[in-house]
Design a protein around this ligand. Structure first.
Ligand code: G6P
Length: 590
């Protein structure tokens, strides 16, 4: 979603700002802009579409020289993508960039209009600029404080004042860091934007205001300057490179064996270090998108093998539902970024009810990592492609280990050593599956011209199907739906036509015969079936057979095949694989 970078120092900021914006491209955006400041002059340049358009515009403009600037990539919420609506926004002496959503923007706009202030954009952000300008007399910190007392919603703001030489920043419910360099400092919504210049940073907490000069940073909380811890990231500069792959998505899929080994290692050595879920009478799993589908696999495994009741919900529903917490409950939040607005809200709701929260999260400094009661970190490293792949695999892996540990604690595991031995072989087995790219290319050739595709499966295979279907539609724009194999005939089967592709996932021996009958039903209506299974099927032309492994880990061998089929299909269709249209990597608005 939106991205922010700001610079103050001795250099001309343009290259730094543009480079930073490019590092934030993966979050998803539809317009971009920068503002440069020199003495009392502020110049803004904005453009719709890719950052290259902004670069072209900058090249053809005679810009002021400067050592201070802010820049932004916008993912439209209030108002369509246009130059007027792109950030930075200006009102009076204020120029600012904003991530988040101001919930009472309409109300504030009307109030300010009555006071004679006019607006040029449809955005909620311009309202904040106008409000800060209204309160600005001499002190930027006072003006920011007063304005934000009236604002409801989420914000990360980078702010310039026309008659002040410094950079200001503040945040609430949307991440923002202050990067610390030598005679230069930065602000960024994501460390990726500044990693080429520094690995040291300060994490701004809720409503803290940063006053940033080139050689000094002060953080002000409730009117007082406070001490802040200097953090250091271990993100490598080259983690942003594609390492020779055509796309980040492919690179990240290929990293799955390595990141799985790293994530599993401490738990395979000490299973005890995983939380004991048997202490709870009820488990809620809450997440969004693929993370929710990883949760679906976890729910199925916990119910099936650990005899444990689990409720699951998407965070955008959970946060507003009447949840009855009448039993000892734990809420498991799954999130790669740890910044998904709905998942954060769901976590805070549970905490308000004094319910224990456990986060399965990738970004260790994220809001969910910091505010949850306990955490299991996946070791995916940076994930740049918008469509998650390696982080999803690790979320599934952790859910599988949690289900296994719960079953073990309840004395429900028969072949204890076998399961753990198999877990150790997983990286090698995933690599074997990944190395069969020719097979996935063949399947992609069979489906890439289609406009509708179905995925069917039962129980765990249905949960896996959902991610296969989501991945395909996200990156290839082919309409696709996942159905419980037995449910298709209750309506949706009317859509099955001659030659329509139907993927069937079959790994669960307890139910496979039923799925086979459903495959016959679609076949007899002309469907072109593709079976993804852990056994081979006679008289089935299109099939992928993965190694058979303990049911806890079987999805970890099926999903990479579905990810690569989605990737190869998107490639044949010429899609923008790493940055699919309309999607954002980190969804920081509800
Ligand atoms: C976005 C991403 C998805 C991701 C979902 C949840 O929609 O495009 O890939 O699954 O957000 O994100 P999270 O960071 O909470 O896992």
């Amino acid at each position: 979603m939106c991205g922010i970078i700001g610079y103050i120092g001795e250099k001309n900021p343009i290259d730094i700002l543009i480079n930073g914006l490019k590092s934030l491209e993966y979050r998803g955006y539809d317009s971009a802009g920068i503002a440069l400041k020199n003495k009392d002059q502020v110049e803004t340049i904005k453009s719709v579409g890719k950052i290259i358009n902004l670069e072209e515009k900058i090249k053809s403009t005679d810009l002021i020289s400067s050592n201070l600037g802010i820049a932004h990539t916008r993912w439209a919420t209030h108002g369509r993508p246009s130059e007027e609506n792109a950030h930075p926004h200006q009102s009076g002496k204020i120029t600012l960039v904003h991530n988040g959503i101001i919930e009472n923007a309409d109300e504030l706009r009307e109030k300010l209009k009555k006071e004679g202030i006019s607006f040029y954009s449809e955005t909620d952000t311009e309202v904040v600029a106008a409000l800060i300008n209204k309160y600005y007399e001499k002190s930027p910190v006072d003006a920011i404080t007063k304005a934000l007392q009236e604002v409801k919603g989420s914000y990360a703001l980078g702010i310039l004042f026309e008659d002040n030489e410094d950079l200001y920043a503040v945040r609430k419910d949307s991440p923002l860091i202050v990067g610390l360099g030598q005679k230069e400092n930065f602000i960024a919504s994501d460390i990726a934007a500044i990693i080429d210049y520094t690995n040291k940073y300060i994490l701004l907490e809720e409503k803290e205001i940063a006053h940033i000069r080139k050689d000094k940073v002060e953080v002000i909380k409730e009117g007082k300057v406070i001490d802040k811890k200097i953090e250091q990231t271990n993100l490598e500069k080259d983690s942003k490179d594609k390492n020779g792959y055509d796309h980040y998505m492919l690179k990240e899929i290929m990293e799955e064996p390595v990141v799985l080994e790293k994530t599993f290692k401490p738990y395979l050595e000490h299973l005890d270090s995983l939380p004991d879920l048997t202490k709870y009478e009820e488990i809620h799993i809450v997440a969004c998108g693929s993370a929710m589908y990883a949760g679906m696999i976890g729910k199925t495994l916990l119910e099936e093998y650990a005899n444990t009741k689990v409720e699951i919900d998407v965070a955008s529903e959970y946060r507003y539902k009447n949840i009855i917490y009448d039993r000892k409950t734990i809420v498991i939040l799954i999130s790669q970024s740890g910044e998904t607005a709905d998942t954060i809200a769901a976590m805070r709701k549970a905490k308000e009810h004094n319910i224990d929260t456990l986060a399965i999260v990738n970004v260790k400094t994220s809001t969910i990592a910091r505010e949850s009661d306990s955490q299991i970190f996946i070791e995916a490293g940076p994930e740049i492609a918008v469509a998650t792949t390696k982080a999803y695999i690790l979320q599934v892996g952790i859910m599988a280990l949690l289900a296994y540990k719960t079953a073990l604690t309840k004395d429900l595991v028969k072949e204890e050593h076998k399961v753990l031995e198999e877990a150790e072989h997983l990286p090698r087995l995933i690599k074997e599956v990944l190395d069969r790219q020719d097979e996935y290319k063949e399947i992609a050739k069979e489906i890439y011209k289609e406009e509708d595709i179905f995925f069917i499966g039962r129980k765990i295979d249905y949960a896996t199907s959902m991610e296969g279907s989501l991945k395909l539609k996200e990156v290839s724009y082919i309409h696709s739906e996942a159905y419980q194999a037995g449910e298709l005939k209750h309506g949706t089967i009317s859509l099955i036509d001659e030659g329509m592709p139907v993927f069937a996932i079959i790994t669960d021996d307890t139910i496979k015969d039923k799925t086979v009958s459903n495959i016959e039903e679609v076949k007899s209506r002309g469907a072109k079936t593709i079976i993804i299974s852990n056994e081979s099927w006679d008289n089935q032309k299109l099939q992928v057979v993965v190694p058979r492994i303990s049911p806890y880990f079987q999805p970890l061998l099926i999903v990479p095949t579905l990810q690569l089929i989605a990737y190869e299909t998107a490639k044949l269709r010429g899609c923008d694989i790493d940055k699919p249209k309309n999607l954002a990597k980190s969804v920081t608005v509800e």
